[in-house]
Design a protein around this ligand. Structure first.
Ligand code: ADP
Ligand code: MG
Length: 363
């Protein structure tokens, strides 16, 4: 090592940059599925079906009945930073769609082989294509490294859009190995779809292994969240849930709204299940989860972990959605206040139900 000779700095190849970035967005098979399902939700789908082979390494296929993609957009669909959802930075403040960065599909093409089949309203003329909603066409097109491989080919009908990712991480040997020997990601995928299913009760979801006749998640549209939880998580969970709401009384006084279903003192589980949506985004919030676990541990005699479904709604400008490449975490204005308020609501709900139960047992 000679101090007189610092190492030379050079610019990384774009393909290297893109693959590194892609590895951050698509950390594992389940992250690809989350992005694809969120795209289907953003496309106003009412039915979303997932098929997975080899824990997602061999094949991921997400089909929806959403609005489809314009033919003219297909050439740039999988380029980095192409999106139909965001235009100005300021739009991020009020963004309602799950996606906004135009990175997910691009990322998938840098770490796998992507084929898109989609419906396009319009009409083929001798020389070109004209948009109108009286006719529909279907196109199939494949992508690698952000680029469309061939011209879109007309194909047989799908309802909305179907996106297929094959050979995920084929060019990331270490990562492929990590997932090769584990059925682990399939259970994560089932878990993910279960969460989406009980929140989006106006959308039907299914998830199955390739070739399997039985779906591992299968939800039908319903108007009752409890019904949906019963069908996805089972009767024994649904039986032991209580409705919870914040604010209880005066809605104008609150900076946020929460409604949910939480397990009562009869529910028994070794692990906490916390399904949390903030402004319809599936997120994790470790601090809130801890706060609730503490209440359960302190209030219930048995050392049972809770089942929690919660949907929190806040003014969009109070949520920063752009803090994590996988968008798994968001940061909230007034986070402490929100957590404390929810914690007391859970505590009083739980205490009431526990006292009612003790009373029942004594009489
Ligand atoms: P983002 O969701 O951040 O916009 P993506 O890379 O996930 O970025 O998707 C790029 C664009 O492709 C989206 O903005 C959307 O217009 C289109 N798209 C992706 N998936 C679907 C789908 N299932 N149905 C309709 N359009 C889709
Ligand atoms: Mg997206």
């Amino acid at each position: 090592y000679s101090p007189s000779e610092p190492p030379k700095i050079h610019r990384l190849d774009e393909s290297v940059v893109n693959r590194i970035a892609a590895g951050e967005v698509i950390q594992r098979p389940v992250s690809a599925i989350k992005e694809l399902v969120e795209n289907s939700l953003d496309a106003h789908s009412t039915s979303i079906n997932v098929v997975v082979k080899d824990g997602g390494l061999k094949l991921i296929q997400v089909s929806d009945d959403g609005h489809g993609i314009r033919l003219e957009d297909l050439p740039i669909l999988c380029e980095r930073h192409t999106t139909s959802k965001l235009t100005n930075y300021e739009d991020l403040q009020s963004i309602k769609s799950m996606g906004f960065r135009g990175e997910a599909l691009a990322s998938m093409t840098y770490v796998g082989h992507v084929t898109v089949t989609t419906i396009t309203p319009g009409k083929l003329h001798g020389s070109g294509f004209c948009y109108c909603s009286c006719f529909f066409f279907f196109f199939r097109v494949s992508y690698r490294d952000g680029v469309m491989e061939d011209e879109p080919k007309p194909c047989a009908a799908v309802k909305g859009t179907q996106i297929m990712v094959e050979n995920l991480f084929y060019n990331m040997i270490a990562r492929r190995k990590t997932f090769q020997n584990s059925a682990d990601d399939y259970s994560k995928i089932v878990d993910l779809l279960s969460r989406f299913a009980i929140h989006h009760i106006n959308v039907s979801f299914s998830c199955r292994k390739h070739g399997a006749s039985r779906a591992d998640v299968h939800s039908v549209t319903t108007s009752s969240r409890l019904d949906s939880i019963r069908s996805v998580y089972g009767v024994s969970v649904a039986l032991n849930l209580m409705k919870i709401e914040v604010p209880d009384s005066d809605p104008s006084s609150s900076v946020f709204k929460m409604d949910g279903l939480i397990s009562n003192s009869n529910y028994v589980a070794k692990k906490t299940t916390m399904v949390l949506f903030i402004n319809d985004r599936l997120v994790e919030c470790t601090a809130l989860k801890r706060a609730i676990e503490i209440v359960y541990a302190a209030t219930l005699p048995k050392a049972s972990k809770p089942f929690i479904y919660m949907s929190i709604v806040l003014p969009p400008e109070h949520v920063d959605v752009n803090v994590h490449p996988t968008k798994r975490e968001v940061s909230l204005l007034n986070q402490e206040f929100i957590i404390n308020t929810i914690q007391s609501a859970v505590e009083s709900k739980l205490r009431n139900s526990n006292e009612a139960r003790t009373f029942q047992e004594q009489t």
